[in-house]
Each structure stands twice: as structure tokens, then as C-alpha cells.
Design a protein around this ligand. Structure first.
Ligand code: FES
Length: 101
């Protein structure tokens, strides 16, 4: 097994929230509240007690700018257009605590 295959290095869930700002003024996640949503996701993972196995990170542009802010959960490959911190929290509750529902 090489380092890239080591399961102890991987998170069970990885939550990516685009915080990209497009410099030309077109709609982008950063201008639509993405930083607030990322903070909410990090706080939620901590409150859920899963910070050791799940991680929320900022990402660059995910190519769905007109629908942003965009949040993706891997490895489930779930994509969401999120508007509020409460929506982020509901999604994390649903897909990290009860991923089969
Ligand atoms: S700016 Fe967020 S998906 Fe492009």
C-alpha cells in the first residue's frame, strides 16, 4: 500500500464549499454568502462531534457559479445549492448522520 491508498489519511466525509470570487463581477459563490456557509458547516461538524472524521473546506470554483453557493459532499458525490446556514446544517444532519436516508 502506498501513501495515496492509506485509509487512515482519508476523511469519512469531505464537505467542500466554493468560496471563489469571480473578478469580473459575474455571479460567484463568495459574493453570495459562501464564507458564512463554510463557517456554519465547520461549526456544525464540531457540534456533531465528527470533526475527526469529517472535514469542511473552502474550494475554488466548482463550475456551477450561477447556482451558488455550491456545496459538495464526498465521497457520496452529492451537490447542493445552499442559501442559508440553516440549510447547510439540515443537509449535514441528513447526509452525515443518516447517510442512507
Ligand atoms: S464561483 Fe462557485 S461554483 Fe463557480
Amino acid at each position: 500500500m502506498n501513501d495515496a491508498e492509506n485509509p487512515t489519511l482519508a476523511y469519512k466525509h469531505h464537505v467542500l464549499i466554493c468560496t471563489n470570487l469571480r473578478p469580473d463581477g459575474r455571479r460567484s459563490c463568495s459574493g453570495s454568502g459562501a464564507h458564512e456557509l463554510l463557517s456554519a458547516a465547520k461549526r456544525k461538524l464540531a457540534r456533531m462531534g465528527v470533526s475527526g472524521t469529517s472535514r469542511a473546506n473552502a474550494s475554488g470554483c466548482l463550475g456551477r457559479c450561477d447556482h451558488g453557493p455550491i456545496m459538495v459532499i464526498y465521497p457520496a458525490n452529492l451537490w447542493f445549492s445552499c442559501k442559508t446556514p440553516q440549510q447547510v446544517e439540515r443537509i449535514l444532519d441528513q447526509h452525515l448522520v443518516h447517510p442512507d436516508q
